[in-house]
Ligand binder design. Structure first.
Ligand SMILES: [Zn+2]
Length: 212
């Protein structure tokens, strides 16, 4: 089993995840720590639990999901992975931060790129990369079949869906991403979102007002 540890950071209340294997190796998903207190909270958790970060993997690159990337890169000397189609969003991070009134001086550089349908390995575990554009052009989801969860970023929320009014967003594309990539999974699959509580595929199929 892969274990998840969830943190909620920054004024956008963004969920940052650690995916942890039996050997204490971990991935840092969407590190959103904005200030020193939040950075310390994540780093102390990692250090106190003797975790070994292997990579930073991002569902997408809106500022609330990348505030803490550079600090993680510096501290642990690990690669930062995104989908290439999200590069325009990443490159617009600085101006987007200014627009929202946030201080964001250093845009992190990706070290590797995900491919749709590819897999990434943490120890003996294999996690699938699903391309789910619409909220942002290069949004991806991390699906671990054995654990029965998907980390979906800002695609699907409990009772809602991601916004599509930001640059590169598209409503029809988002709906078709959810139908094709999420709704093909088992109803019991737990969805861990970029904001708010977790949900399940079955619950959203039945109750999500955007998907009826
Ligand atoms: Zn977003």
């Amino acid at each position: 089993m892969l274990r998840l540890q969830i943190f909620t950071f920054n004024p956008f209340q963004e969920n940052t995840y650690l995916i942890i294997d039996e050997q204490n190796q971990c991935w840092i998903v969407d590190p959103g720590m904005y200030n020193e207190v939040e950075k310390n909270q994540l780093f102390q958790y990692i250090d106190n639990n003797n975790l070994i970060p292997k990579a930073i993997i991002n569902t997408h690159t809106h500022i609330d999901h990348i505030f803490g990337v550079q600090a993680c890169k510096k501290r642990y000397q690990i690669p930062f992975l995104i989908h290439r189609l999200d590069l325009p969003v990443l490159n617009g991070a600085k101006s987007s931060a200014m627009m929202f009134g946030f201080d964001f001086s250093e845009t992190p550089t990706p070290d590797e790129y995900f491919q749709e349908g590819s897999k990434i390995e943490l120890g003996k575990h294999v996690v699938s990369i699903l391309l789910v554009p619409g909220h942002s052009p290069g949004s991806v989801a991390f699906y671990h079949k054995e654990s029965g969860w998907i980390i979906g970023g800002d695609v699907l929320f409990q009772g809602s869906i991601g916004r599509t009014d930001l640059p590169g967003g598209n409503f029809e594309t988002l709906i078709s991403s959810i139908e094709k990539q999420f709704f093909s999974l088992h109803d019991e699959t737990i969805v861990y979102s970029g904001h708010g509580p977790s949900t399940t595929i079955g619950f959203e199929k039945k109750h999500n007002p955007f998907l009826q």
